[in-house]
Design a protein around this ligand. Structure first.
Ligand SMILES: Cc1cc2nc3c(=O)[nH]c(=O)nc-3n(C[C@H](O)[C@H](O)[C@H](O)COP(=O)(O)OP(=O)(O)OC[C@H]3O[C@@H](n4cnc5c(N)ncnc54)[C@H](O)[C@@H]3O)c2cc1C
Length: 389
């Protein structure tokens, strides 16, 4: 048995449910209810939570493996699951020392709660994670928060949302905190509908989020620390993993097409065979880069100060840009192999959904924004030129 066989075995049932419903989820732009229920039935929602709180202390590599498996079957299910785990990583990394978040982690594990994220904001903020317009307004032991959250994936289905805001009404935009608010503590007034090219099942509608909750639900650390030490790396790695799943499935379809073609014309190598080899090469680059990124993250977590370093931030940003670009290239390449059978929506080689879902990858924290950030860092940071290390 391989290291994570049992988690993958449990995920396999959910993946097969996801595969059964993925076209319907995509067509109707609806939440993947059946596959998310299957993930809950397999008790996979709380696996990152520490064992002493009822979870399984699963590491990021194992969770990435589950995301990749789901990505091969339904990108939206995989994205919902990955985003939930990214939020769980903030709880595990930054909530371990405070009583409220410890108790909440136990609930996530026991009740298989679904966590959502509200970082993106209207009013010109967009995908700039490091600034907020909205602010925490303290009122005794409680706080009020009103956020124009222009994108909250599966907002209607979340059991709790982790939301960013300025620390106080007089705080500058970059002085942010993150708070966990429970479904019973907020209302969502829908402002936009998620009718998109791809990732349609994530149901990432826009909402005005109005919350009132106890101040103990605000993480003690500044949000900048949470983003740097856990959230960005976990997001880039788990997104990369599910994108790898989409790419792997596209290549599998292209390979199946070429094999079928070869059987029809014995002795003649189909023209698409070389493109399949090229796609397999890109897929391997993608896999290596995600595995190397996970290694780096695990090493940095042990070294601690490494997590705050510029070189770590640049590596994780480059990983996101690289995997999102490889995904779109691989799906394009696979489409060239399958030709009209890939272009049609109703063949075993259809790749339209893969292509549409893949187009979200460079936008999900816009690659240009990330390049803007890394270009600033590279003005002062010397690139590591070693091959190993
Ligand atoms: C499937 C999916 C699910 C999502 N789910 C959520 C969610 O649950 N919660 C949430 O909060 N958000 C969510 N988002 C939003 C996401 O986190 C980003 O906010 C969003 O993708 C950024 O979109 P954007 O490129 O239009 O915006 P921005 O990043 O605001 O960019 C706007 C434009 O400005 C350009 N730009 C920005 N900065 C620079 C720069 N420095 N240099 C050059 N050009 C720049 C960009 O190229 C772009 O053209 C989701 C997005 C997707 C695709």
């Amino acid at each position: 048995m391989t290291r994570n066989t049992s988690l993958l075995d449990r995920a396999a049932e959910a993946a097969s449910v996801a595969s059964r419903y993925c076209d319907e989820v995509d067509r109707d732009s609806r939440f993947p209810t059946e596959s998310m229920q299957a993930l809950k039935d397999a008790r996979l929602m709380g696996i990152m939570i520490p064992r002493e709180l009822g979870g399984e202390s699963a590491n990021l590599r194992d969770i990435a493996d589950v995301c990749a498996l789901l990505g091969q079957n339904c990108s939206s299910t995989a994205m919902v699951y990955a985003m939930h785990q990214i939020k769980a990583s903030s709880l595990v990394s930054h909530g371990a020392d405070d009583a409220w978040h410890r108790a909440f982690m136990a609930c996530v594990a026991s009740e298989q709660l679904l966590l959502g994220s509200a970082t993106t904001e209207g009013g010109g903020i967009g995908g700039d994670l490091g600034v907020s317009n909205c602010a925490i307004e303290r009122d005794g032991e409680e706080f009020n928060l009103r956020k124009d959250a222009s994108v909250i994936s599966y907002g209607k289905q979340c059991d709790a949302i982790l939301v960013t805001a300025r620390r106080a009404p007089d705080a500058p935009p970059s002085d942010q905190v993150m708070a966990t608010v429970l479904k019973s503590q907020y209302t969502l007034e829908q402002t936009s509908t998620w009718n998109t090219l791809g990732m349609r099942g994530t149901c990432s509608d826009g909402f005005i989020l109005n919350a009132r909750a106890p101040v103990e639900q605000i993480f003690p650390q500044p949000f900048a620390e949470i983003a740097a030490r856990s959230m960005l790396a976990t997001a880039h790695l788990l997104w990369g993993a599910l994108w790898y799943g989409i790419a792997a499935n596209a290549v599998a379809r292209a390979q199946a097409y070429v094999r079928a073609d070869a059987r029809k014309k014995p002795g003649v190598t189909p023209i698409g065979a070389v493109r399949v080899a090229e796609a397999a090469n890109m897929l391997q680059l993608m896999r290596s880069s995600i595995n190397a990124g996970i290694d780096k993250f695990e090493r940095a977590q042990r070294a601690n100060e490494e997590l705050n370093s510029m070189s770590f931030a640049i590596d994780m940003c480059n990983l996101k840009i690289g995997t999102s670009r490889l995904l779109t290239d691989i799906v394009n390449q696979s489409m060239m192999v399958c030709g009209i059978y890939g272009y049609k929506n109703d063949t075993p080689f259809s790749l339209g959904r893969h292509m549409r879902d893949a187009m979200s990858a460079p936008l999900m924290i816009n690659n240009d924004r990330i390049f803007g950030n890394t270009s600033n860092m590279l003005l002062v940071h010397r690139l590591d030129q070693r091959l190993v290390g």
